[in-house]
Design a protein around this ligand. Structure first.
Ligand code: HEC
Length: 135
């Protein structure tokens, strides 16, 4: 019953948001940005103030995002591999401040690469603010 009602409200919410999204895409196009990904100006100011009670789990939550969005470059043989091989937790944890800075400033993934969804970004930022714990 509840699920059904949720699903019924979805299309309306999505339709309501579409004009805003269209405007953002147009703005990016008009300001001469050839790629529509964030260049910094559209980067959300959403750093969590504190580590949330529900700390994201490295294996279950974080590693799959890193695998999808980062490892194409940050694994052996990749463009961003030198010193930044993120296939295991160790290097991510050791470089957590740099990783946090790069993700928060929307610098990584770089322009042209598939961007993080806002849910993925939220999970990574939460985890990093918690000190990038392992399992
Ligand atoms: C399209 C390729 C690509 C993708 C995808 C990518 N990166 Fe990078 N990244 C690079 C390159 C190239 C560098 C520069 C490497 C160097 O300086 O040795 C880099 C550098 C970095 C650095 C170091 C920056 C510094 O100032 O030292 C961090 C941290 C980083 N990336 C995190 C990430 C994270 C986290 C993701 C996924 C959310 C990601 N990157 C996705 C290519 C990529």
């Amino acid at each position: 019953m509840r699920r059904h009602r949720d699903r019924a409200t979805w299309p309306r919410r999505v339709r309501g948001r579409r004009p805003l999204i269209a405007c953002l895409w147009l703005l990016a196009a008009c300001s001469g940005t050839p790629d529509s990904s964030d260049t910094g100006t559209g980067c959300p100011n959403d750093l969590p103030a504190d580590c949330p009670a529900d700390v994201p789990d490295y294996n279950a939550d974080v590693a799959p995002i890193i695998a999808d969005r980062c490892l194409s470059c940050h694994s052996p043989g990749g463009a961003g591999e030198a010193g930044h091989d993120f296939t295991t937790w160790d290097t991510l944890n050791a470089q957590q401040t740099t990783v946090l800075t790069q993700v928060y400033a929307c610098k990584m993934p770089p322009e042209g690469a598939p961007p993080l969804t806002s849910a993925e970004r939220g999970t990574l930022l939460d985890w990093l603010v918690c000190g990038a714990p392992g399992d």
